[in-house]
Design a protein. Structure first.
Length: 532
């Protein structure tokens, strides 16, 4: 049997067994044909196939991002990027610039602002935007996506007044007179998010194609998407057009659970490019907005325990309904209380209704020490984002405190207990670069070296191999696809990431500078660096 594609003269890390690399790999009809030495693989070359000399480059299984917001990422690329701006004034300057080139009355959309970077971290108001864009409705999503900043015209367009009640699990911030300030939190954000997604399908599909092309350059071959029916519809449209050259597991939002049950959808339904995942549930908010649900109050806000969006009983009801229908759950939980409530609900559900579904907790940012062993015992996947740790460490120290942070982003402790880690980015909250995520997991340091050579709570660092495994096999396991993905073995899908350097051998500090030379999906290059 002859190969369509051969990669040879490289370092092929199959992630099967030990780390001893092979030299070459052969692909036929989108699947891996064989892995071995140059002498073993080169004779398999077909007359019409391609043989690529890797010249010592490294090959790993294709990176998969376990927690992503793809449509939001595409929209962010099409709207104002406010990420990293150091002050409220900098944000307003960008809004003013956009307003000057946008017809009056049209929406101005943006995202990525982070008040924790500002000299004055207090929440902004509608009047702030009114001063620079009084004639445009403006909606600006925070970096973590859990807060939305609107101006007066946007509030008017959305019909949000002093009489508008807070939605369940959400907050409309108000001044001393009860008038909305322009800040919406948690589920209240969804009242405006739909406005973002009301743009034409053709424009959105173009945006998704562009976004996927950028992800190919990062070495990504797929992702697990946490969005609603609008995104799923667009992804199906791309799939029908033969333009979805990316492998996507799509979670179903809780709002669509009843419809999914009626239709008979099950986790795993679909094909190798687009599959149904689990039911996405929110148990709490986020650290940045101080809405993550806590067992004890935030250090500087002694009356604030965050927001528990759903009670244990409500989560239990959802888990049982979903499980009976053959759907797993993917539960957003950041604070230690939220994680405990979710684990309590899952434990009770599994006690009364055992099943083989692979439930997961998204983020798992803070665990009480007594809860760390429970994920492995309950076979719950920890879907975590390493870059959150190095982005959030100062906030975590400030609002959770050093003692509680011993259980924050606890990769080492979870792995030692036997928990499956599935790594991702939460993009566009963080960078989608998996190499940055690997660096964060291995060093627990920022790119500038802070907080020092040992990193933040260094006892939670993991090895490069463990981090790569979490971006490959871990996500394959989480999606129930470990038999066809996650390692490079004969018969599996030929999804590969080609790197300029051997990340298993170079100093960890050099990992972020490693270049992606090529990305292969189904035996076909979807990205090839100009010099490769």
């Amino acid at each position: 049997m002859r190969a369509d594609l051969i990669l040879h003269n490289g370092r092929i890390y199959t992630m099967e067994g030990d780390l001893a690399p092979a030299q070459a790999i052969a692909v036929r009809a989108g699947r891996i044909l064989a892995v071995g030495s140059n002498a073993e693989i080169l004779p398999l070359a077909g007359l019409d196939g391609e043989a690529v000399d890797l010249k010592g480059a490294t090959v790993v299984p294709g990176f998969v991002d376990g927690h992503f917001h793809l449509l939001e990422y595409a929209l962010r690329m099409m709207t104002l990027d406010l990420d990293g701006l150091a002050s409220k004034e900098d944000v307003l300057m960008k809004v003013a610039q956009k307003a000057s080139s946008t017809p009056e009355g049209e929406w101005i959309l943006g995202g990525g602002w982070d008040r924790n970077l500002w000299p004055d971290p207090s929440f902004p108001t509608r009047e702030d935007i009114d001063t620079v864009a009084p004639h445009h409705p403006v909606a600006l999503f925070s970096k973590d996506g859990h807060t939305l900043w609107l101006n007066s015209l946007a509030l008017e367009k959305m019909g949000i007044t002093a009489q508008t009640p807070n939605p369940p699990g959400g907050v409309i911030e108000r001044d001393e007179k009860g008038i909305p300030t322009g800040i919406l939190k948690e589920t209240a954000v969804e009242m405006v998010r739909k406005r973002v997604e009301s743009r034409s399908s053709a424009l959105m599909c173009q945006g998704l194609e562009r976004a996927i092309g950028e992800l190919h350059k990062k070495g990504l071959t797929g992702l697990h998407n946490c969005e609603d029916e609008r995104a799923l519809s667009l992804l199906q449209e791309l799939r029908a057009q033969g333009k979805l050259n990316f492998r996507i597991l799509h979670h179903i939002p809780l709002a669509n659970l009843d419809a999914a049950v009626q239709l008979g959808l099950r986790s795993g339904f679909g094909d190798d490019f687009l599959k149904i995942g689990g039911v996405k549930i929110f148990a709490d908010g986020a650290l940045g907005s101080r809405t993550a649900a806590m067992l004890e109050p935030y250090l500087e806000e002694t009356d604030n325990l965050g927001i528990l969006v759903l009670s244990k009983e409500e989560i239990l009801e959802v888990v049982k309904k979903a499980s009976q229908a053959g759907l797993s759950v993917a539960v957003h939980a950041i604070g230690d209380k939220a994680n405990r409530v979710v684990l309590d609900a899952l434990e009770e559900a599994l006690r009364s209704q055992p099943h083989p579904l692979r439930h997961r907790i998204e983020h798992v940012q803070l665990l009480s020490p007594s809860d760390i062993p429970r994920l492995s015992r309950l076979k719950v996947i920890a879907s975590m984002q390493p870059v959150h740790a190095i982005s959030d460490m100062e906030m975590a120290d400030r609002y959770w405190g050093k003692e509680r942070c011993k259980g924050a982003y606890a990769w080492r402790s979870l792995l030692d207990q036997g928990t499956v880690l599935a790594f991702g980015s939460d993009c566009p909250v963080e960078s989608p670069d998996p190499l940055l995520g690997i660096y964060a997991a291995v060093t627990r340091r920022r790119l500038d070296g802070s907080p020092g050579p040992d990193g933040w709570f260094p006892e939670q660092r993991i090895s490069v191999a463990e981090a790569v495994r979490a971006y490959t096999w871990g996500n394959a396991w989480a999606s129930g696809e470990e038999k066809i993905k996650g390692t490079l073995a004969p018969g599996k899908l030929a999804d590969m990431t080609i790197l300029s350097d051997d990340v298993f051998a170079i100093p960890p500090e050099a990992i972020p500078q490693t270049q992606v030379l090529g990305t292969v999906i189904g035996g076909r290059f979807v990205y090839r660096a100009p010099a490769f």
